[in-house]
Design a protein around this ligand. Structure first.
Ligand SMILES: Cc1cc2nc3c(=O)[nH]c(=O)nc-3n(C[C@H](O)[C@H](O)[C@H](O)COP(=O)(O)O)c2cc1C
Length: 186
């Protein structure tokens, strides 16, 4: 296996939802797409995201220590793709894409206005791993549209689900399998 030369041989993690990471330092506000993200802890709530130092967002985050993670519906896949294929070092994405912003409650970074959920995060730690930096953020604020989630908190909306290489897919709920955990409990 020659994965050093062929990054596509590491595409086993897809499909993943995409978080739109917002970062702000002073007047500079920017958003980028991130598929390499994860929850790290429920209590306290902690979220992590891996961002390359090549990203403009990386610079802003290093300086401000705060970010937002916005989760959008499949209908916004094109916006996510644009945010992931253009750089804030060259354009003002907020103006260029006419982004609607969500007013934050705790941090100074807004979320994306039409997101179904937004985490407001404060960086607890950032550490370099290979060619990315992993930012660990304590979730200090949470916004979500209750209509987008069912009574047990599962997403009832179609998330932006990334298959890799600029392709986005939709969940086929007609193929849902639900298990009764009691049946397997030992
Ligand atoms: C769907 C998608 C997912 C992405 N995931 C990540 C990621 O997890 N980490 C990362 O560093 N870059 C990721 N990127 C690339 C950045 O979003 C991209 O380089 C962006 O232009 C950076 O913007 P900025 O320079 O304004 O920060 C992704 C791109 C796309 C389209």
């Amino acid at each position: 296996m020659v994965f050093e030369k062929d990054p596509t041989s590491l595409y086993q993690i897809y499909p993943t939802t995409v978080a739109v990471i917002g970062a702000r330092y002073g007047d500079e506000l920017n958003f980028m797409a991130a598929a390499w993200h994860t929850l790290l802890s429920f209590n306290p709530p902690i979220f992590g995201v891996s961002i390359s130092p090549k990203r403009y967002t990386h610079d802003l985050l290093m300086k401000s220590g705060e970010f937002t993670a916005s989760f959008l519906g499949h209908g916004h896949a094109e916006l996510v793709e644009k945010l992931g294929r253009t750089s804030g070092s060259k354009i003002n994405k907020v103006l260029e894409y006419g982004l609607e912003l969500l007013e934050p409650r705790v941090v100074k970074v807004p979320g994306i206005g039409n997101a179904v959920a937004v985490y407001e995060c404060r960086v607890l730690e950032s550490r370099s791993y290979g060619d990315h930096t992993f930012f660990v953020g304590r979730i200090v604020g949470l916004h979500y549209d209750p209509r987008a989630f069912d009574e047990v908190g599962r997403p009832a909306y179609d998330p932006v689900l990334y298959l890799g290489k600029d392709v986005y897919v939709k969940i086929d709920r007609s193929r849902t399998i639900e298990f009764d955990p009691e049946k397997f409990r030992k």
